[in-house]
Design a protein around this ligand. Structure first.
Ligand code: ATP
Ligand code: MG
Length: 237
């Protein structure tokens, strides 16, 4: 993935939320994107998913501008989970497969087991047909995250883009998921947005955003050291 001179301003706003972002991410690389609240992390993720169009600059995937890639293709390339993503008011199954009817029950069960979402089916007489409620309100925040992560893994995409995937999980569930994630991400490109130090064990490279700019980018240990010494603005995990 190659992000070039990316600027983005939300419609109706004066201040850009992303400024001059340049990032090249090699296949198989594991990168965390950190930075304070409002620094632009989720905005960057949404641009990578084609949910917003760059104001200036471009994002290339395998040399192709995102704008040339079909939304369905993008979904099979990038497994995306975001902290502000609601579930649909359907069944657990609908939410795991998102209407991808060609997906086998075995595959659905497999990914549900990977994230622990299968427990939600086991606990309910309707199993995978249990309703999740409007925006998934019948589930807890952590349970919704398990469903979203299972969905992201369903099509076995080469890239995982996880925006705060564990923000609503308790420590022990997060520990378990982190170990699983290490295995799932094996051989894949991982872009992980997180405020949790513990999650950084999954990556080798750290990118720090501050006020919509990249203020640091490099090997994890070097960036953490620079943050500790206060060499990188006010950005923090
Ligand atoms: P957090 O760690 O709290 O999730 P973040 O780094 O993900 O923060 P973003 O959500 O990308 O931050 O927000 C970056 C900037 O863009 C903020 O100033 C925010 O107010 C603004 N912003 C985010 N979403 C929108 C939106 N839908 N419309 C207008 N402005 C937005
Ligand atoms: Mg965010």
């Amino acid at each position: 993935m190659d992000i070039q001179q990316l600027n983005f301003t939300y419609p109706g706003l004066d201040t850009p939320s992303l400024r001059g972002i340049n990032l090249r991410i090699a296949p198989g690389e594991r990168v965390a994107i950190i930075g304070r609240s409002g620094s632009g992390k989720s905005t960057l993720a949404r641009l990578i998913m084609g949910l917003h169009t760059p104001t200036e600059g471009q994002i290339l995937l395998d040399g192709l501008d995102l704008r040339q890639i079909d939304v369905a293709d993008l979904r099979s390339q990038i497994g995306y989970v975001s902290h502000d993503m609601p579930l649909l008011a359907g069944s657990l199954r609908d939410n795991l497969t998102l209407g991808a009817h060609y997906v086998s029950d075995e595959r659905m069960l497999e990914v549900a087991q990977l994230t622990g979402a299968h427990e939600l089916a086991r606990q309910h007489p309707l199993g995978f047909d249990r309703p999740v409620g409007e925006r998934g309100q019948l589930l807890s925040g952590g349970q919704r995250q398990m469903v979203l992560m299972a969905r992201a893994l369903l099509l076995d995409p080469p890239i995982l883009l996880f925006d705060e995937p564990t923000s609503a999980l308790d420590n022990s569930t997060e520990d378990t998921l982190r170990q699983h994630l290490k295995a799932w991400a094996n051989g894949k490109t991982l872009l992980l947005i997180t405020h949790r130090m513990s999650m950084l064990s999954l990556v080798e490279r750290l990118v720090v955003l501050d006020h919509g700019r990249v203020v640091a980018d490099g090997p994890k240990a070097a960036v953490i050291e620079a943050l500790r010494k206060g060499h990188i603005g006010q950005a923090s995990v």
